[in-house]
Write a protein that binds this ligand. Structure first.
Ligand SMILES: Cc1ncc(COP(=O)(O)O)c(C=O)c1O
Length: 398
C-alpha cells in the first residue's frame, strides 16, 4: 500500500525541496505523536498558533458542540450566528479602547488585506508605509507589503503605492506624510527574527500618524493572544493602533482571521461601494466557537502561564559560545547563531532528538522558539539542553 509519505511527496504541493516531512498522527498539550508513537516536544506551536497547546479539552468540546448544531450557513455577515457574535463581543472586551467592531476572515493574510482596504477607503488616500523585513502574508495584496525583495521579485507587478521604512530607524519615518493611508507594522517583527521595538519606536510611529492623519495598523497575527505575556503586544508597549489584525493564536487551532477598528471606521465598508469587503467563510461558526473558547481561557488564565518567568528561564539556559544573542519577547524568542549551516545542523539534531524547532523566513542564521504558552519548566530545561547539545555537536564536526 502506498504510504502517507509517498502521497505527501507525490500529490501534495510543496514550496521547498526539503520540507520537514515529519508524519504526525495525533497531538496533545505540548506534544505531537508520530504513527509509531514517536513523541515530539513542540517548540513552535504551529508557528505561534497553538497557544493553549494541542487539543485543549474546552476548545475541543466547544468545537464539537458547534459541529453538532451547524456548520456553514451563509456568506459572512448576513445571518446572526451565536459563536460569531459572541466572539466579536469577547474580542472587543479583550482589546478595549475604540475597538468596537470586528470583521472576520479566514486567515492572517486576508485580515491584513482587509485592514489595508479599510484604511484606503477611510482616508481616501493610496500610499501605504510598511517596513523592511516585515511579513504580513503571501497573497498578492499583502505580498506588496512584504519587506523582502527576494521573496517578491518573481511576482511583480504587485500593488503600487507601498513604501518601506526601516524598523527601529526613526529617520525613515519621514516616509509617512499627508498622502499616506496607513502604516502597517508588526509590534514585534516576526520573520525578521523576533525584533522588538527600541527607543519608543512604536510611540514615534503613532505620533507621526497622528500628525499626518494616517491610520496605524498593528499586525498582531503572531504577537496576539498572550504570546508576549500581554493579551496583545499593543498593551505591552502602550501604543494603541487604529486597526488591529489577528489570526494564528485567535482560533485555538482552527483557521480564522479578524481585524478590529472603531465602528465609525469599519462602517465605511457599508457604502460607496456597498459590500466593501466580502468573504464566504469568514468567521466560520466552528472556527468561531473554537476561538471563543480559546479566547476565554487565555484572557482568564494568562497570568498563570508565567510568560515572563519562562522567557527568563530560556534566556538563562540558552548561553553558549555559538549563541550571539537571544532576541524577542515572551514566548517569541530568536536564538541568533552565525550561519544557515549551523541552523540547519541544529534543527536536524533537535528533530532527531524529537524536539520540533524552526528558522525564520528573513533571518536564516537563527533558531525560532515559539512554543505553546503552557510549556513547563522541565520542558524548557530539556529543550534548551538539546539545543546546547546540538551546538556542541556542530562544533565537534565543523
Ligand atoms: C505577522 C504575520 N502576519 C501575517 C501572517 C499571515 O498569516 P496567514 O499565514 O494566516 O495568512 C503571518 C504568518 O506567518 C504573520 O506571522
Amino acid at each position: 500500500m502506498i504510504s502517507n509519505k509517498q502521497l505527501y511527496f507525490q500529490n501534495l504541493a510543496h514550496t521547498i525541496d526539503t520540507p520537514l516531512a515529519i508524519e504526525i498522527e495525533r497531538a496533545e498539550g505540548m506534544y505531537m505523536y508520530g504513527p509509531n508513537g514517536e513523541e515530539y516536544l513542540d517548540l513552535l506551536g504551529g508557528i505561534s498558533v497553538s497557544n493553549l497547546g494541542h487539543q485543549n479539552p474546552q476548545v475541543v468540546e466547544a468545537t464539537k458542540a458547534q459541529i453538532d448544531k451547524h456548520m456553514h450557513l451563509m456568506v459572512y455577515g448576513e445571518f446572526i450566528q451565536s459563536p460569531q457574535v459572541k466572539l466579536a463581543k469577547k474580542l472587543t472586551e479583550m482589546l478595549g479602547h475604540h475597538f468596537e467592531s470586528v470583521y472576520f476572515g479566514s486567515s492572517g493574510a486576508e485580515a491584513n488585506d482587509g485592514a489595508l482596504k479599510l484604511a484606503k477607503r477611510t482616508t481616501g488616500r493610496g500610499k501605504i508605509v510598511a517596513f523592511k523585513n516585515a511579513y504580513h502574508g503571501s497573497t498578492q495584496g499583502v505580498l506588496s507589503a512584504m519587506g523582502d525583495e527576494y521573496f517578491k521579485q518573481a511576482y511583480r507587478p504587485l500593488i503600487p503605492g507601498f513604501h518601506f521604512a526601516e524598523f527601529n530607524k526613526e529617520e525613515t519615518l519621514s516616509l509617512i506624510d499627508h498622502n499616506t493611508a496607513a502604516v502597517i507594522v508588526e509590534p514585534v517583527q516576526g520573520e525578521a527574527g523576533y525584533r522588538t521595538p527600541e527607543n519608543n519606536f512604536l510611540q514615534k510611529i503613532r505620533q507621526k500618524c497622528n500628525d499626518t492623519g494616517t491610520l496605524l495598523i498593528f499586525d498582531e497575527i503572531q504577537t496576539g493572544f498572550g504570546r508576549t505575556g500581554h493579551l496583545f503586544a499593543f498593551q505591552k508597549y502602550g501604543v494603541v493602533p487604529d486597526i488591529i489584525t489577528m489570526a494564528k493564536g485567535l482560533g485555538g487551532g482552527m483557521p480564522i482571521g479578524a481585524f478590529a477598528a472603531a465602528k465609525e471606521v469599519m462602517d465605511n465598508f457599508k457604502n460607496n461601494p456597498i459590500l466593501g469587503h466580502i468573504t464566504t467563510f469568514g468567521g466560520h461558526p466552528v472556527s468561531s466557537a473554537a476561538a471563543l473558547a480559546s479566547a476565554e481561557i487565555i484572557s482568564e488564565k494568562l497570568d498563570s502561564f508565567h510568560i515572563k518567568a519562562k522567557e527568563e528561564l530560556f534566556r538563562k539556559l540558552l548561553v553558549h559560545p555559538n549563541i550571539k544573542k537571544v532576541h524577542g519577547a515572551g514566548m517569541m524568542l530568536c536564538v541568533e547563531l552565525s550561519s544557515f549551516e549551523e541552523v540547519q545542523f541544529a534543527m536536524d539534531y533537535c528533530i532527531e532528538k524529537r524536539l520540533i524547532i524552526d528558522w525564520f523566513l528573513f533571518n536564516n542564521y537563527s533558531l525560532r522558539i515559539s512554543p505553546p504558552l503552557i510549556i513547563n519548566e522541565d520542558q524548557i530545561r530539556w529543550a534548551s539542553s538539546v539545543i546546547l547539545e546540538a551546538l556542541d555537536a556542530f562544533n565537534k564536526t565543523h
